[in-house]
Design a binder for this molecule. Structure first.
Ligand code: OTU
Length: 644
């Protein structure tokens, strides 16, 4: 009889009975008891609690149990080993690296061979960019998947991926893989079936007979790629309908209001979990739910869907983490880590795009006020979750500053964003940057493409060859990276940045890529340049060593544990950024100078407990005494201090 008085209790009894003869019924019972309440809450928020919905919920639980059954022993033991060590991904030694399989090493086999290189850099977490079978031709760098259970044949096979996962585990490197959950390629079999008239699969997507509803939605919908994919809907001849396409026209948004989609997508993500991925990077999560009259981003239902998936994954494969890819305002971003009473219920990791954008703003303006303001206005990060701090990634930089923060430091939001867009495109008199505008808006605000080397002026300095400019640019370059390494979170390196790779224009000759300038910063790894990392005095050596120093410095340094404290300390000089990290009695103070001139900070300005005296300078690995009571910072200089 449905509904019973206490549905969770009724389901609990039902499920325990259902799996009573399961060889691991004890484990299942424990997990179901622990996660069913969260699953129920989240699932019913979205799909309701009537009889039909509950049938879908039971199907989802079955899918979780099937995943558990199919999970190889190696991964099950990993799940067990992570029980009780909830901080395994928050440790100070964690250092991430992200790369495209083909650009980095040709194929999956090639990546296996490069493991020693990654170890040399101190990498403990490897995000391999989309590697599942993409559509042919344009595929948005692999974010248009035709089959979630097949590897792109150019890169290898599913077995190669399993072997690589096992090798990485041996080397204590965690593997992260993309799960493109908002959309499939129009060549995916579901979309194909829909075009063949299969109603079940037509309901997997958001289709409209005419423009009436799309036009209503468009009134409040922003565009992601206005230049090459304007609007949010695409007319599909085969269907004689409009299909919701938030991104490119060949990326069809899934309809998550259909529980069939929810369950089916869980099966796909669970399959990937069982291949041996430690972290699933959930792509474009803000877009999962649509509602007329809204911008269809970050809606509550999107969060409930993630929470429901999380509870299911905890039943199936509790060692697997979720990483949210939500490049939105600071306030909206942190919600994906489970805030507001949902601590521990949502994603474990999220891209710290707010920090990234603010660091670039601080660098261009030689002023850290806005950075400090933004950090201060963010609520505390939930204890069990982690940020992923990065300087560059495969995407453009969106100037996702919070309007209120910008106003709080006396600036105008649009002008500030425009300043960043101009500065990094090199359209500003003081700029050393050689980036490009991406998807410019009518206001002149654009997102920014370009490698870290191009944006920090290291590219320009190298090409022009003035040694002093090169020195300054390397400082600037490392200044940005050290910030990602010292702030609360796991630092994530973008492949090639450890060698300061330059912009790459070969994409312009490839019609599949030419219109999308994000490819300018997606270049093949230059292994000849990598050889020069041992050539004393070369740019590669100086940058590589600078970054290696950062990863070495993190290892075992408890003050940098994610669960440690992070206190941003305001000093009178706006170019100087001071942050204190502390945990279990260990302390570290990082000072960075975002200006191109030398600066000094008096001890009297530093937080309590940092009095004049001698300290250990962590990155130089030496003791230092400051005789005149001030700490000198070279142009773009930074120092990490620790009590001697
Ligand atoms: C992601 O980015 C990927 O990182 C991109 O490479 C893809 O093109 C895209 O999804 C589609 O799969 O808008 O400009 O808030 O910012 O999902 C990049 C999230 C993007 C979006 C993000 C998206």
């Amino acid at each position: 009889d449905w509904p019973p008085e206490d549905p969770v209790e009724a389901l609990r009894t039902f499920l325990i009975d259902r799996y009573a003869d399961h060889p691991e019924s004890d484990v299942l019972r424990e997990r179901i008891e622990e996660h069913l309440p969260d699953l129920w809450r989240a699932f019913t928020e979205v799909y309701g609690d009537d009889r039909e919905s509950v049938t879908w919920l039971l199907e989802a639980v079955d899918a979780a149990v099937e995943t558990f059954d199919a999970r190889p022993e190696r991964l099950r033991s990993l799940d067990r080993s992570r029980e009780g060590v909830e901080d395994w991904f928050q440790r100070p030694e964690e250092v991430g690296y992200m790369c495209y399989v083909d650009l980095f090493a040709g194929d999956l086999q090639g990546v296996r061979e490069k493991i020693p290189y990654l170890k040399e850099l101190g990498v403990t977490y490897l995000h391999l960019m989309p590697l599942l079978e993409p559509r042919e031709g344009q595929n948005d760098g692999g974010y248009a998947v035709t089959d979630y259970r097949a590897v792109d044949p150019d890169l290898g096979t599913m077995d190669d991926l399993r072997e690589l996962a096992a090798d990485l585990q041996e080397e204590d490197i965690h593997l992260a893989l993309d799960f493109v959950m908002n959309h499939t390629a129009r060549e995916h079999e579901w979309a194909q079936a829909a075009m063949d008239g299969d109603e079940r699969f037509e309901d997997f997507y958001l289709t409209f007979e005419d423009r009436e509803r799309p036009d209503q939605y468009e009134q409040t919908l922003p565009e992601v790629f206005p230049d090459f994919a304007p609007g949010n809907f695409t007319y599909v001849e085969e269907l004689q309908q409009w299909v919701w396409t938030s991104f490119y026209d060949f990326q069809w948004d899934l309809d998550y209001s259909n529980p069939d989609v929810f369950v089916q997508m869980f099966r796909e993500m669970a399959f990937l979990a069982n291949v041996g991925t430690d972290v699933l990077r959930l792509d474009a999560v803000p877009f999962l739910w649509k509602e007329l009259g809204t911008d269809c981003r970050n809606l509550d239902e999107a969060h409930w869907i993630l929470r429901a998936y999380r509870a299911l994954m905890r039943i199936a494969a509790p060692g697997v983490l979720f990483k949210a890819e939500a490049i939105v305002t600071p306030e909206e971003t942190i919600r994906y880590l489970g805030t507001g009473g949902h601590e521990g219920e949502e994603c474990d990791i999220a891209y710290n795009a707010p920090l990234m954008a603010h660091l670039w703003h601080a660098l261009a303006s030689e002023n850290t006020q806005l950075l400090e303001q933004a950090l201060e206005s963010l609520p505390a990060t939930p204890e069990g979750a982690s940020w992923l701090n990065y300087v560059r990634c495969h995407d453009d930089i969106g100037w996702g500053l919070d309007d209120e923060d910008v106003r709080a430091v006396g600036q105008d939001p649009t002008s500030t964003r425009k300043f960043c867009s101009d500065f990094y495109a090199g359209d500003h008199p003081d700029s050393y940057a050689e980036g490009y505008r991406f998807q410019e808006e009518a206001t002149g605000v654009a997102r920014t493409s370009g490698t870290a080397a191009a944006l920090t002026g290291l590219q320009k300095a190298r090409v022009e060859g003035d040694p002093e400019d090169v020195d300054a640019a390397i400082q600037r370059y490392l200044l940005m990276h050290q910030a990602a390494f010292v702030m609360q979170g796991m630092p994530l390196l973008y492949s090639g940045d450890e060698l300061a790779q330059l912009n790459d224009f070969s994409y312009l000759n490839n019609p599949i890529k030419a219109e999308d300038n994000r490819w300018v910063h997606r270049s093949p790894m230059d292994w000849d340049a990598a050889e020069r990392r041992t050539l004393e005095g070369s740019v590669e050596q100086r940058v590589f060593d600078g970054i290696k120093r950062l990863s070495n410095a993190r290892a075992g340094r408890e003050a940098l544990h994610h669960r440690g404290e992070e206190v941003v300390h305001d000093v009178s000089d706006d170019a100087v950024f001071v942050v204190e990290r502390a945990r279990d009695g260990e302390r570290l103070l990082a000072l960075s100078n975002f200006s191109g001139e030398s600066r000094a900070v008096a001890f009297g300005e530093l937080p309590d407990g940092w009095d004049a005296g001698s300290y250990r300078e962590v990155l130089r690995d030496e003791s230092a005494f400051y005789p005149d009571g001030r700490i000198l910072l070279e142009p773009y200089g930074y120092r990490w201090l620790e009590p001697a």
